[in-house]
Design a protein around this ligand. Sequence first.
Ligand code: GUN
Length: 283
Amino acid sequence: MAKIIDGKAISAEIRGEIKEAAAKFFEENGYRPGLAVVIVGEDPASQVYVRNKKKACDEVGFYSEVYELPESTTQEELNALIDKLNGDSKIHGILCQLPLPKHLDEKEVILRIDPSKDVDAFHPVNVGNIMIGEYSFLPCTPAGVMELLYRSGIEISGKECVVVGRSNIVGKPQAMLLLHANGTVTICHSRTKDLSEVCRRADILVAAIGKADFFTADMVKEGAVVIDVGMNRRADGKLTGDVDFASVEPKASYITPVPGGVGPMTITMLMKNTLTSAINHNK
Ligand code: GUN
């Protein structure tokens, strides 16, 4: 029987700490950490994410602005908004919700955001800082995974860590953070030969490939820590991770559920980055 890592509880604990720090920041400086969230178009999933980000800001006592722009927004209009937010001293974090409508250039937007306000940590400057281990901002999902491991008392140093998935947002930075924590890290992807064999070596397995219930018990070592970053919808509409929880849970020592594992941590880490940015801008 695995211990279930309760992402909701850990997230609530961290939000409590951030709220306290934000109150202290306000007391000392007379203004609040501020986040601007930009959404273009009407993608329903993105609208839910943006609403949750605004709610999280209210919960921890941050100032926030939400810009809901129409689908017809041009690159020039979006660039102008980012320029305005880059120069706005009330705003310490800027997040442009992705994906953008097809006629807009995501890369251009990422490059335009001032790296010191890039609380997603998507700008190449921040990506580079992650590589060398000197960073202000960590990408929210991998940072959330690290907090789950730390706060569950899981040792990383010297452990075999297998990250499955090599996206710029999750897999690659996740591998780097585990490496900085002295894990022995392997990154797997769609061309990996004998994925099961590599996964079975893992003391810590991070599943981030976006395939429902893909990782089964035969791919997991007895006693492994299994972190499920997946968020997939089954044909019956139910939310599920990349890990087949029912078969893997009895074999793992620790496991994250979906929902209620990594998911709740992501926005919490966004709050943490926004607080960090406000503190840095105040220096
Ligand atoms: N869309 C889905 N996840 C994210 C995220 O972490 N940041 C941004 N900007 N857009 C997203």
